[in-house]
Design a binder for this molecule. Structure first.
Ligand code: SF4
Ligand code: SF4
Length: 292
């Protein structure tokens, strides 16, 4: 069972939910796929070991062989190559590593070199049995997706997997959530929270990943999020109150399930609810012949 914790925008408490959820279940794999700003480990405090460097293959031009035909620049839809009057110029950070320019080059003048863009690290949380994996994108690097893909290569399909997704609705979110069995969307009870939740719901519906909502910092008096969920028949899995004790623990970097045992039970109950929703969906799909 692979469960993504996502949100339409940053700052809703997605990482807090991911860490507390994983700790409550125990013996999980926890992945921090928010590779531009991974911060699950602020709450876990683990010593991490580097597992691998993540690189993409970018072109290198042999100017002796290059006839300046311009085919590579014409082919590259990312504008990562420009043909100048005297030479061909590469813009490494625009290159997506597709290898197409190498294929179209008539002079066999293009080879590939590896460009490092990030790293994958791992740690083990002895108390809960969590295997934690973190991806970190290099400073200034624009492409998160290759790092997320390498992180996903460490998923054990037999394990319970909790994934802290990047925020928003762009490519890194799609790369993360599209591979999951279920998505928990964390939102806050504000008009901004509702606006971004609606966008996130559109994305997970397109991805055909079953999902439910957690309302974090519940109790502000704004009920637009609940009204929306009821009208769209979206399950509200949990409401986490706007609670001083939770906020103090958060500010100290302490997962609140470690000090408030009732919440451990609440998260476990949520996990069982997700399992039953997923198995119902699987049954319905098998009856109707639909394949996800
Ligand atoms: S590898 Fe692909 S993205 Fe990179 S420069 Fe060549 S064609 Fe463009
Ligand atoms: S396709 Fe090959 S030969 Fe043509 S400009 Fe590019 S590198 Fe040079």
């Amino acid at each position: 069972m692979k469960i993504a914790i996502a949100s339409g925008k940053g700052g809703t408490g997605k990482t807090t939910v991911a860490v507390n959820f994983a700790l409550a279940i125990g013996n999980t794999q926890l992945f921090d796929c928010d590779v531009e700003e991974p911060n699950c480990n602020l709450f876990l405090g683990l010593d991490l070991d580097k597992q691998e460097d993540v690189s993409i293959a970018i072109p290198e031009i042999d100017s002796e062989k290059c006839s300046l035909c311009g085919s590579c620049a014409e082919f590259c839809c990312y504008n990562a190559i420009a043909k100048l009057p005297q030479r061909v110029m590469i813009f490494p950070k625009l290159c997506h590593g597709c290898g197409g320019c190498q294929i179209v080059c008539p002079e066999n003048a293009i080879s590939e070199i590896k460009r490092p863009i990030g790293i994958i690290e791992k740690g083990v949380h002895a108390g809960s049995g969590i295997s934690f994996f973190q991806g970190t994108l290099g400073i200034g690097e624009p492409m998160a997706t290759p790092v997320i893909r390498r992180l996903q290569a460490h998923i054990d399909e037999k394990a319970v997997v909790v994934v802290d997704s990047p925020p928003g609705t762009a490519c890194p979110v799609i790369a993360t959530v599209g591979e999951m069995d279920y998505c928990v969307l964390v939102t806050e009870p504000t008009p901004f929270g509702l606006n971004d939740l609606v966008l996130a719901v559109e994305v997970v519906r397109q991805l055909k990943v079953p999902f439910g909502v957690i309302i974090n910092r519940h109790g502000s008096g704004y009920n637009g999020v609940e009204k929306y969920c009821y009208s769209e028949n979206i399950p509200i899995l949990m409401k986490i109150p706007y609670d001083r004790k939770i906020a103090v623990l958060y500010s100290q970097g302490i997962p609140f399930v470690q000090r408030m045992p009732q919440w451990k039970e609440n998260f476990r109950a949520m996990y069982h609810e997700i399992c039953s929703i997923s198995s119902e969906n699987t049954l319905q799909d098998s009856y109707s012949g639909v394949r996800n």
